[in-house]
Structures are given as C-alpha cells and as structure tokens.
Design a protein around this ligand. Structure first.
Ligand code: GTP
Ligand code: MG
Length: 151
C-alpha cells in the first residue's frame, strides 16, 4: 500500500496543532505507520530540503526546520501521497483553500506548519531519510474493511 512522509514543522508543534493535524489524516481513513518527535540538525534539514538549495530562502528554511521539535510521520493508504497534499493545501497559506490544513491553520509561507512528500520518489527518499525500516509498523486496522470495502 502507498505510503507518504508527513512532518509537522516546529511552528505546528509549538502552536499545539499536532492532534488537529493527525486527526485530519486519521478521520480521512489513512493509517499511521510510523511516528516520532525529533529536533533535526541543520545538516539533516539541508538533506531533507536538498532540492531547494538554490532558492534564496533555503538557509532560513533549514534554520527554521532545525529550530525545534518536528513530528515526523509515515501515513499509509490508497492515494495517500496526492491526497495528503490536498489535505495540506497550497504551499502559501494565503493561497491555500479554506478546509485545508494550511488554509485553516497558517498565514504565511515561511510558517506553513506541515510538510508532505510531493510524489512517489520523494516519499520513498524522505521515509528512508527520516526512518529506519524497523520503525515502520505493518498492521491491519479493523475499520479497513469499512474504509475500503471488500470488492
Ligand atoms: P513542503 O511540504 O514543506 O515541502 O512544502 P511544499 O512542497 O508545499 O513547497 P516547496 O517544497 O516548494 O517548499 C518547501 C518549503 O519552503 C515550503 O513549505 C515553505 O515553508 C518554504 N517556502 C517555499 N517557498 C517559499 C518562499 O517563497 N519564501 C519562504 N520564506 N519560504 C518558502
Ligand atoms: Mg515540497
């Protein structure tokens, strides 16, 4: 089953939005298969955002990601990579639709509270960067037969 990497950035953790964000993924029907709280080093943040290293905000972004605890998660479900990005909303919260996480809970692009992998390759790379294989838990949820049906 498809998996994606989702992280609540230091602003989301400090603003006490962990349960609100987890709840949106959980209520949708996605399954949490890994979770931990970590303060990434600057070097680690630079690895995570390596594709943005030519952008003018790269240094500030990496300083910010390493400035406090991040809640790192892996969520599993059909279409979770693309739909996770929909739940999150547009990068700039000024452009995110109401009803999305950033649309409802954030105001500026530099403090947009959450990260989500943008495709299957980045999901794989980011899960491998943030988690060891044994930290991913494979299990069945009772509700799965209701979420997905049997046919
Ligand atoms: P992530 O899920 O965090 O990767 O966001 P994204 O995929 O929606 O956007 P992108 O990967 O292009 O940018 C990564 C992060 O860089 C964003 O989430 C923002 O926090 C930050 N960022 C992007 N564009 C800008 C910008 O123009 N200015 C500033 N200050 N930060 C930006
Ligand atoms: Mg991105």
């Amino acid at each position: 089953m498809e998996r994606t990497f989702i992280a609540i950035k230091p602003d989301g953790v400090q603003r006490a939005l962990i349960s609100e964000i987890i709840s949106r993924f959980e209520r949708k029907g996605f399954k949490l298969v890994a979770i931990k709280i970590v303060i990434p080093s600057k070097d680690f943040a630079e690895k995570h955002y390596h594709d943005l290293k030519e952008r003018p905000f790269f240094n500030g972004l990496c300083d910010f990601l390493s400035s406090g605890p991040v809640l790192a998660m892996v969520w599993e479900g059909e279409g979770v990579i693309k739909y996770g990005r929909k739940l999150i909303g547009a990068t700039d919260p000024q452009k995110s639709e109401p009803g999305t996480i950033r649309g409802d809970l954030a105001v500026v692009v530099g403090r947009n509270i959450i990260h989500g992998s943008d495709g299957p390759e980045t999901a794989k790379d980011e899960i491998n960067l943030w988690f060891k294989p044994e930290e991913l838990v494979t299990y069945a949820l009772n509700a799965e037969k209701w979420t997905y049906g049997v046919n």
